[in-house]
Design a protein around this ligand. Structure first.
Ligand SMILES: *Cc1c(COP(=O)(O)O)cnc(C)c1O
Length: 221
């Protein structure tokens, strides 16, 4: 896999559409990430806290590190000093801990709420009711060290395009609805993270603003 070439080709395509590319570097060694960095990529995503921290320590400091995998409350403290965006917030409890660690580090931490749309019930995320409950919660307004930037979702891993399209379409409607109902007066609710290597073209058709690509950029894991 020619990583530099893939990064350049795909980021050009996405730039034209105003879509942010998160290069998912999980399981990839430092030199591969450095290669992508040298090709101009600055946003990388990891799904495991320990790996995120190790790679943050070893690589250039102008990289924006995104956490895309499930986050346990007791691990927030390790990433709070530097993480640029947490895609996987799925409870008020977690949000409160991120807020607490944000305060300790004197920063506001950007977060996405992960919504469960896939058919598999092993996937993490809030269902619609839980999402609305969280957004309506009175405690939310007191959390000054987190900023909810949007939603994240993972479609079902299936060759059935109709199913994937239905899920992306559901996510987009939810995003628009939540924006109109809860974030009318702000302009920072602007991120819809959906689409991975197998389905990002469909995600683009359905209005994502951010895609998370691993194998398309770096080869199979
Ligand atoms: C691994 C992963 C990706 C990237 O997957 P690819 O199929 O390699 O593009 C995107 N999002 C999440 C949450 C992931 O865990």
């Amino acid at each position: 896999m020619d990583v530099a070439n893939q990064i350049k080709t795909i980021s050009e395509e996405l730039n034209r559409l105003n879509i942010t590319l998160v290069a998912v570097s999980k399981t990839k060694p430092l030199d591969t990430i450095q290669e992508a960095y040298d090709a101009g990529q600055r946003i990388f995503g990891e799904n495991i806290v320990q790996d995120l921290v190790a790679k943050y320590d070893a690589l250039p400091k102008d990289i924006q590190w995104h956490l895309i995998g499930h986050l346990q409350t007791n691990k927030v403290k390790y990433i709070a000093p530097f993480v640029a965006l947490i895609h996987s917030v799925d409870s008020l409890k977690l949000l409160k801990e991120i807020n607490k660690q944000g305060a300790k580090n004197n920063r506001v931490i950007d977060c996405l709420l992960q919504v469960h749309v896939a058919a598999e019930d092993t996937k993490f995320g809030l269902d619609h009711v839980e999402l609305i409950e969280l957004l309506r919660s009175e405690e939310l307004t007191g959390l000054e060290h987190v900023r909810i930037r949007g939603l994240m979702g993972i479609a079902t891993n299936t060759p059935n395009e109709r199913e994937i399209k239905a899920e992306f379409s559901e996510l987009k409607s939810l995003f628009d609805g939540v924006k109109a109902s809860f974030f009318r007066k702000t302009d920072h609710f602007d991120t819809l993270s959906m689409g991975m290597s197998a389905d990002y073209k469909l995600a683009i058709e359905h209005g994502c603003t951010m895609v998370r690509l691993g194998s398309t950029l770096f080869g199979n894991r």
